[in-house]
Design a protein around this ligand. Structure first.
Ligand code: SF4
Length: 208
């Protein structure tokens, strides 16, 4: 049984699997084509967007390697290339020089903003579907992603709202931030709650 076998696509599940495969191919194509225009590889594009939206603690080579699903050495190479293009900078921690944070340069910020619409064409097609179809797609794709995530095939990055470790307004007068993350046991400034986090864990009711 193989979704790649056209005969097997008489099964609905095989048709859907191949449809998802084609959508991922289209997204990769859009990344590659945009990359040709702006002189960036798909991995470099994903890195710029990662640094734009990842929560501060994961903006490291290790965090990037995890996000791209590549080795530490490969992630370091991607960072080197972007550094060479003056889109990224490595910033050693003031307290511990062994800890190095990755940050966008001003030019990198501008480039990352320009890249934000790279998947808009796909979203426009989705937005044209009926509300009922979109609702069904959200439910179905979330269910598929949860399963793939549990098998370790994909890592989900989401913002704090909806995470079971998020404690909203836990200490409203704390100058470090009014909210709290029970996972890293640290205060969260409001703006950081809208960034992507690899440790996001949906509240039980959403995952049930
Ligand atoms: S673990 Fe949850 S609450 Fe903590 S930073 Fe990540 S998303 Fe936010």
């Amino acid at each position: 049984m193989s979704a790649f076998n056209p005969v097997d696509r008489l099964r609905r599940s095989a048709r859907i699997t191949i449809a998802l495969y084609r959508i991922s191919q289209a997204m990769n194509y859009l990344l590659r084509e945009r990359g040709k225009v702006c002189g960036l590889s798909p991995a470099q594009i994903q890195t710029l967007l990662f640094l734009r939206y990842a929560r501060p603690g994961v903006r490291t080579i290790g965090g990037l390697a995890e996000r791209l699903g590549v080795s530490y050495a490969t992630a370091s190479g991607v960072a080197d290339a972007l550094e060479h293009k003056q889109l990224l900078q490595r910033i050693p921690s003031a307290s511990d020089q062994r800890i190095v944070t990755l940050a966008l340069t001003e030019q990198g910020e501008r480039e990352s903003v320009a890249l934000e619409d790279v998947l808009d064409e796909v979203e426009n097609v989705v937005a044209a579907l009926s509300d009922a179809d979109q609702e069904a797609l959200v439910r179905a794709t979330q269910s598929i992603i949860r399963h793939l995530q549990a098998r370790g095939y994909v890592k989900v990055y989401e913002m704090c709202w909806g995470c079971q470790f998020f404690r909203r307004n836990a200490h409203p007068d704390d100058p470090r931030g009014p909210h709290h993350c029970a996972y890293i046991d640290a205060p969260l400034p409001e703006q950081n709650t809208y960034l992507e986090c690899p440790d996001f864990t949906p509240v039980e009711s959403e995952g049930a």
